[in-house]
Design a protein around this ligand. Sequence first.
Ligand code: PYC
Length: 332
Amino acid sequence: MATHTFFCVDGHTCGNPVRLVAGGGPRLEGRTMVEKRAHFLAEYDWIRTGLMFEPRGHDMMSGAILYPPTREDCDIAFLFIETSGCLPMCGHGTIGTVTMALERGLVTPREPGVLRIDTPAGLVEARFVQNGQYVDSVRITNVPSFLHSRELTADVEGLGEIVADVAYGGNFYAIIEPQKNFPGLEHVNPSDILRWSPKVRAAFRAKYDFVHPENPAINGLSHVQWTGTPTNPEAHARNAVFYGDKAIDRSPCGTGTSARMAQWAALGRLKVGDDFVHESIIGTLFKGRVEKAVKLGDYDAIVPSIEGWARMTGYNTIFIDDRDPLAHGFQV
Ligand code: PYC
């Protein structure tokens, strides 16, 4: 019996929570972050569920554990932990973790204004604007993102036929645009999204497989992106991303924005150098840009960048006490 202690910095990126674990994370075996993530999932997933789910977290909780990098070209490594699992990449989580790690002096970049991060999805570069102690904004250059499939269909219980494009932006997204059985984000309630999304995800998973062309460890449809007309005149599109079992991202979602930009680029609606401003369900904005076009296996992909801001809300020393019957968290 033991009490495990985790030293965390809590905050949010454009409204979505970020719990940075600065101390207490386990020693992980592996030569790469992909291997370390596999070790964590095999032996330490109770740390994720204990820190993310109730009673220490909540449905939307998301975060990252800091590690030394496994690659020479990086300053630090992030292992993402969320209610949905250990995502290969998390955009809002990266913007929040970079902001808080820099503001609290937990990492020193080799090059001023740039932090290079070793993530399970690959190298992510974060360029930041710092004003004294505070980080005003962070722009992450994400992993190559691509449109995987166009106009897939599935019958969804309670909704009927749903048509979706599936795109990858660090995770695989079913992108649901307004259509016969979905009138658009502005016409539905968050409770509808929470009710429909698991059914949509299950219906598409049952029919189709999605595997990253260069890294088969990254596979499977994890997120559902519902789209609609923006309310902010600055924004090009609005979205609500469903993840885990009960979460709607409060931020515009970094990997979701990357997936949407990849979809728009593949459809000829965005070209290299174009900006793409994405609005979240609560009205916060990420500023995306198509940085370059690249080839990923047989896919025409883009490298997107996403800019957003984050704020720290406090320090949090969290105990997971083995005697606690709810030590590893619960969901209702
Ligand atoms: O910002 O990439 C993101 C993200 C994934 C899940 C929740 N947020």
